[in-house]
Design a protein around this ligand. Structure first.
Ligand SMILES: Nc1ncnc2c1ncn2[C@@H]1O[C@H](COP(=O)(O)OP(=O)(O)OP(=O)(O)O)[C@@H](O)[C@H]1O
Ligand SMILES: [Mg+2]
Length: 363
């Protein structure tokens, strides 16, 4: 898929913007705090309904305004689609495909596929398990509508169970226990499906990541991704029952896919715990490049890649490898200076200068 153009109205520091994009590489450069990341955020939001920064809708509306509008024209397999998103200060956002309002984000995922890559992604191995779960969840939610719906249900049920555990601390009653068992049954049902799908995702990543990682490390290192369920080697059902007393005491749910992790091994070394910073970042880059490959295979098409200030974080070898790997993908790249790209084999098709919420196309 490709993004042909987009318009922003009252989004972050943009009052109004209309841009036509190149089907290959688009560079957005400018000083800090001028609105480069805001562009990528608008595109990501329009394609996934969520900000990659996790920002609330109302905070993305331009200060002093009540509504934002993003319109994006995308092409998928020769067909053009118009996507509209209205952010409102005091009510839920409105989304439409070809002017027909839609209710669920899942409807967008058949049309738009985006991979966001920011400097924080390079810390995914080093950071806590929450970020690694978020990575899997974001990816699978875009690729698999059933997963998205299972995850939504699962999260809702865990919240309800936690809420009940808090209420129960004011006194146990028979009906509380019955309700708890009902939530647990549903939690296990959705939880098992989520774990199974995530394990399959990890298998799919493993088929791709090792050759990427070998090339990135000059054939010096290996990588294997392993799914680590919080229930260990007992079933989720057993684990939930086993932890019930404890959960009642701590008033929260201590096992389940919302507590799982993924582990990255270099032979016998757990890169999360024992890898050097460089090894961790290289593993993260391999993971990200595998993600792009996996999305390509899953959608039989290319996603659009949003690269936020990532190149300056990598050494020349890794920069080159990244740029070579994405030559067939439409890319929106932000950076503070454009000079670093000039010497690359990578051809820059469109260069935009970003300054204080305004953009000038320089070619
Ligand atoms: N809701 C909003 N309304 C108006 N301006 C906003 C809003 N939210 C953020 N901004 C402004 O947007 C600017 C930041 O934009 P952005 O994050 O895109 O910067 P950037 O060009 O990516 O900078 P850096 O190079 O530091 O990453 C800030 O000046 C901030 O004040
Ligand atoms: Mg930025």
């Amino acid at each position: 898929m490709k993004i042909k153009s987009f318009k922003l109205k009252n989004f972050r520091n943009y009052e109004y913007l209309h841009l036509d994009l190149d089907p290959a590489a688009n560079i957005f450069y400018g000083d800090n705090a001028q609105g480069k990341t805001n562009i990528l955020e608008a595109v990501y939001l329009s394609g996934t309904t969520k900000s990659h920064r996790g920002t609330k809708d109302r905070d993305m509306i331009r200060f002093g305004e009540n509504e934002s509008h993003i319109e994006m024209i995308v092409e998928k397999k020769g067909i053009d689609y118009r996507l509209d998103m209205h952010l409102k200060k005091n009510s839920p956002k409105g989304i439409a495909i070809n002017k027909m309002p839609i209710r669920r984000a899942g409807e967008l995922f058949g049309i738009v596929n985006l991979v966001f890559f920011s400097p924080e992604d390079l810390n995914i191995i080093k950071n806590g398990p929450g970020e690694r779960r978020r990575f899997i969840d974001l990816e699978l939610s875009q690729l698999d509508k059933v997963y998205l719906s299972d995850l939504t249900n699962y999260n809702r049920i865990v919240n309800q169970r936690n809420h009940l555990l808090k209420e129960m601390s004011f006194g146990k009653s028979e009906s509380y226990m019955d309700t708890l068992e009902i939530w647990e049954m549903q939690m296990i049902q959705y939880g098992e499906k989520i774990i199974e799908r995530r394990k399959k995702f990890v298998d799919e990543i493993n088929k791709i990541i090792s050759s990427i990682h070998k090339k990135l490390t000059g054939y010096k290192e290996n990588i294997e991704v392993i799914y680590e369920p919080s229930n260990g080697n007992i079933s989720l059902e057993e684990a939930v029952k086993k932890n019930r007393e404890k959960d009642m005491r701590i008033k929260s749910t201590s096992v389940g896919p919302h507590r799982d992790d993924i582990c990255f091994m270099n032979k016998d070394l757990d890169i999360r715990r024992f890898g050097s910073q460089g090894q961790q970042r290289t593993a993260a880059l391999s993971l990200k490049l595998s993600e792009i490959e996996l999305v390509k295979q899953a959608i039989h098409d290319t996603p659009v890649l949003l690269l936020d200030d990532v190149l300056s974080e990598l050494d020349k070898h890794r920069q080159n490898y990244l740029l070579d790997s994405i030559h067939d993908v439409q890319t929106l790249i932000t950076c503070t200076g454009v000079e670093e790209f000039v010497n690359h084999r990578f051809s820059i098709n469109k260069v935009f200068h970003v300054h204080n919420g305004q953009i000038v196309n320089e070619n």
